[in-house]
Ligand binder design. Sequence first.
Ligand code: URA
Length: 439
Amino acid sequence: MRTIDLINKKKSGKPLSADEISFIIDGFTNGIIPDYQMSALLMAICFKGMNPRETAELTLKIAHSGELVRLPSIGGIKVDKHSTGGVGDKTTLIISPIVAACGVSVAKMSGRGLGHTGGTIDKLGAIPGFKTALNREEFGEIVKGVGVCITSASENIAPADKKLYALRDVTGTVDSMPLIAASIMSKKIASPSDAVLLDVKTGKGAFMTSLGEAVELAKIMVDIGEFAGKKTNALITNMDIPLGESIGNTLEIIESVEVLKGRGDADLASVCKLLAAHMLLLADKGSLEECVKLVEEALKSGRALAKFMEMVEAQGGKLDFNNFDNLPKASIIHKIKSPRTGYICEMDALSAGIASSVLGAGREREDSEIDYGAGIWLHKKYGDYVEEGELLATFYTSDNSKIEAAAEKFMEAIKFDSTKPPQIKLIYAFVSKAGVEYL
Ligand code: URA
């Protein structure tokens, strides 16, 4: 087999066979197929797509490029959740302890931020001492003892995806449905969970900008998950606007604790409650209504917050939920005032995410250091009325020179109107093997 022939085959729109996909993934992972040929093939996939059989075969091949983590000593249904990537998306930090407090184990392997989107591992990295790189024994022990553990995926989990993702990131080949589906689902297949809830984001700050594309991606991923023997459902959720009030690692830890205390942003809390209830549903904890009640009870009783603190402690983190003074802080605090009076009728999550990244919350390059204290706290959100000169947001950074560019990007995110905009929908649809239900 020759790579050049397979590039030409895909370029002309023909499907690749299972053997051809194996040849490519093995060759690329072992360094035999060079980046330039793989880039050409990835671009051909972006333009010509892959059919469901090819996408499933690609996913399984990537999953089997490394180890499959299994935790047989942990009883019951282990449930995982995966977001396709968003801005201010700290739901994993909130829902994992809620679900564990309801008696369902969460063995979660998470990733770093990608592009303008944040990553759970970066957020947890803001907690002093928190160990995000656990070996398999430590991971299993904490899941067994605490009921929840969040670790980074080791080098051995779907190594082909790590290599592919790094290449896609710099060759304009991220936003391809089969490539995203294979990337996400290969890691879910390698993870120890029995069931998976996918949070497929759609909107300006998501990889899938239209609802139609998000539903299509969700269907592909649900089919792959079920084919691999994992009960898989998806919720399609809004990423037109940032989720919650904070963007940036320390800030998102603080906001997550606030929601776990039963306070915090109402939109964020309601998305988290529904996601957590759907995870419990996958674990057969009752009807959706009953699962929502379990979630509310876990929050109200303080058990969810206590579970979060137990997890932080078990993973070596030092956090006081009443005093965040020990978290990394930005040395510069800059207030952004509203340039005009009116209702905020747009707060583009993409521009807001980029602005936060510019302040230092994200990486510019693969090897960039994160400024954990950097980010944005939003005092006004979509639909709010604001007077000229009123406080819109607070910027946190350690580098004064970044403020101007970040402010310019942030102001691109916001549009004003004299009339109140319609209420935004937070959850659009539920996708399962039975089909799509629009909500
Ligand atoms: N998240 C992933 O893990 N992979 C993608 O391709 C996109 C989002």
